[in-house]
Each structure stands twice: as structure tokens, then as C-alpha cells.
Design a binder for this molecule. Structure first.
Ligand code: ACO
Length: 292
């Protein structure tokens, strides 16, 4: 999808990693946030359109309130954004092949879209692999997929030989290789640092998130990756004109990124500010009527 060079400059690398923090308006950087908003909303809308979804899953407004991570791939030379990939941790209740229920908290692929002009050219694979490395996911079978389309299922079969799963009432796909059937009944498989050994440090905080299909704001526990704050990360900061094009990108080099400790207080403070802002605007709309 074509964008002006000015808008594309808001994306610092061939693949940029965006979180809610990047959308917080900072004095002097307003145009950057606005340009990011334009890209996210346009790509989110296009993704929903090609998937024939009633509602748009990825919008700036929803994303700002989430702890999701959005990977955006651009082609600066051709002044286009090639695709987006959104991931986030969710608590899910899923059934194994024996009909036993399990509570799991996997990293979920929530939205994946490569522009129609670029599909079947390997961009999706590059974007996906980049995400796997950055999220420290050793194998995609450890992920959950929110109602994957036929194209995405074909993609997962072709590259990762993932095919078989038990249909779930919530439409998430957990492949057999995840090993649900090997877990004890009603097991709680949490995405803790002990079972995601190689992942960056995560903080568990209660928050709300939008569900792909219902769009209802439901409480979930999420983990907040330190990488969200690591603006010194080479991926986040490589805005130099010498950045390699997607085809030249050395994606494996991402694994060498070191994550510094997350300034959790900033995040918590930001959430408080948002809650206060919402409360203030609610009161200015409705006054102090206790019924509302
Ligand atoms: N029909 C069938 N399979 C397809 C198609 C298609 N039109 N397009 C891609 N694929 C699969 C095939 O396995 C294909 O391999 P093949 O060409 O040998 O058959 C493989 O993907 C190609 O791999 P890439 O080129 O790396 O993938 P691409 O850049 O096309 O990105 C993606 C894959 C994201 C699924 C893209 O096709 C797309 O955006 N599709 C429309 C939106 C969509 O369905 N997104 C997934 C929604 S579900 C979710 O987000 C959780």
C-alpha cells in the first residue's frame, strides 16, 4: 500500500516493532505518532477487508489500549507498506483431543496481512520469521492462531508443516504439536519465564484486551515485554538510509539483541494516566450522575 515518504519515515526500519508506547503523543513528535496512526489504520482496514471481517481488528484506537506488538514491514524504495503482523499473549481455555479442558497463555497471532500486490513473494515468511526471532519463539507450534484464514493455514503447512488441530469453540487454532493431549487434565499452561526460557523478561499485569471476533473488552492477564521499551534496539533505531531492503535483511541478527530491564513504572504510570483521562472525559460527558 502506497504512502508518502514523509509518512513512511515514521517507520524506522524495514520491519518496525510498534507498541502502544509508540503511539503516545510526545511534544515535538506529534507528526510521527500521526503518521503511524495513518499507516496502522489503513493497513488494519485493508486486512479486515481482504479477510471479509465485519469489524476491523487492528486500529490505532484499539491498539493503544492493548499490550500487543505490531510488526510493520515497509519497502522505502517503492514507498509502500508491505504488511503487518500483530501478536499478543492471551489466556485461552482450549480442549484437547480427549475433550479435556486446559487453560493456556500462549503468544497468539492476532492479525497477519500482506498487501495483495506483494502476496506469494516471500514477504509474509520474512515478517513471520522476524517476529519469531524477536519474540524468542523457537517453533511456531508454540503459538496460538486467532481464526487463521485458508491462506494462512496453507502458509503454516508449507513452511512449518503445521496442519492438524482440534477445532475450538473460540476459533483459536492450537496445533497438535503444542502437546495439549500430553498435559494433565485441566492443566494450567502459563506463559511464564520458566516455560518460555529464552524469552525476554516479562511482567504480569492485569489489563483488558479486545477479542478478535467479539471485540468485547474482557479482562485478561498479559505479560509486558521489556523489548517494548528498548528504544536502543537495533531494529527500533535503524532509521539510517543504509538500512537493508527486506530481501537483503539479515533477520537472524535480531537474536543478538539484548533487552534491558523494562521501566515498568513508566508503563504503569501511562496506564493510570489513560484511566484518569477516561474518567475525566466520562464525567465531563455525564456529570457526576452515579447511575451512569
Ligand atoms: N492462496 C493459498 N495460499 C496462499 C495464498 C493464496 N492466495 N497466498 C499465500 N498463501 C500461502 C501459500 O502456502 C503460499 O505458498 P505457495 O505460493 O507455494 O502456495 C505461501 O502462503 C506464500 O508464502 P509468502 O509469500 O511468504 O506469504 P505471503 O506474503 O503471501 O503472506 C499471508 C501470507 C499473510 C497469509 C497473505 O497471503 C495474506 O495477507 N493473505 C490475506 C489475509 C489473510 O488471510 N491473513 C491471515 C488472517 S488470519 C490471522 O491473522 C490470525
Amino acid at each position: 500500500m502506497e504512502f508518502s515518504e514523509n509518512i513512511l519515515n515514521a517507520l524506522s526500519s524495514d520491519i518496525s516493532i510498534i507498541t502502544a508506547e509508540d503511539l503516545v503523543y510526545i511534544r515535538g513528535e506529534t507528526s510521527k505518532q500521526e503518521n503511524l496512526r495513518i499507516v496502522i489504520d489503513a493497513m488494519g482496514e485493508a486486512s479486515a477487508r481482504v479477510q471479509d471481517l465485519k469489524n476491523i481488528i487492528t486500529t490505532t484506537a484499539k491498539f493503544k489500549e492493548s499490550l500487543h506488538t505490531l510488526y510493520i514491514m515497509k519497502d522505502q524504495e517503492n514507498k509502500t507498506v508491505v504488511g503487518i503482523l500483530k501478536v499478543g499473549i492471551k489466556k485461552l481455555f482450549v480442549m484437547d483431543r480427549l475433550g479435556r479442558q486446559h487453560e493456556i497463555e500462549p503468544l497468539c497471532v492476532l492479525d497477519f496481512y500482506v498487501h495483495e500486490n506483494c502476496q506469494r513473494s516471500g514477504y509474509g515468511k520474512k515478517l513471520f520469521e522476524y517476529m519469531l526471532i524477536n519474540e524468542k519463539v523457537e517453533n511456531p507450534y508454540k503459538l496460538a492462531f486467532d481464526r487463521p484464514s485458508d491462506k494462512f493455514k496453507s502458509f503454516l503447512k508449507k513452511y512449518y508443516n503445521l496442519e492438524n488441530f482440534v477445532p475450538q469453540p473460540n476459533n483459536f487454532v492450537i496445533f497438535d504439536e503444542y502437546g495439549l493431549q500430553d498435559k494433565p487434565t485441566n492443566s494450567r499452561i502459563l506463559n511464564t519465564s520458566s516455560n518460555r526460557r529464552h524469552s525476554a523478561p516479562y511482567e504480569k499485569i492485569p489489563t483488558g484486551t479486545y477479542h478478535r471476533h467479539t471485540r468485547s473488552l474482557t479482562p485478561h492477564h498479559h505479560y509486558y515485554p521489556s523489548s517494548l521499551f528498548d528504544s536502543s534496539s537495533p531494529i527500533l533505531s535503524s532509521s539510517s538510509p543504509s538500512s537493508p531492503s527486506p530481501s537483503e535483511n539479515n533477520f537472524t541478527s535480531v537474536s543478538s539483541i539484548s533487552h534491558s530491564a523494562p521501566p515498568k513504572e513508566i508503563y504503569v504510570q501511562r496506564k493510570r494516566e489513560l484511566a484518569n483521562q477516561q474518567e475525566i472525559s466520562k464525567q465531563s460527558l455525564y456529570g457526576n450522575n452515579p447511575i451512569l
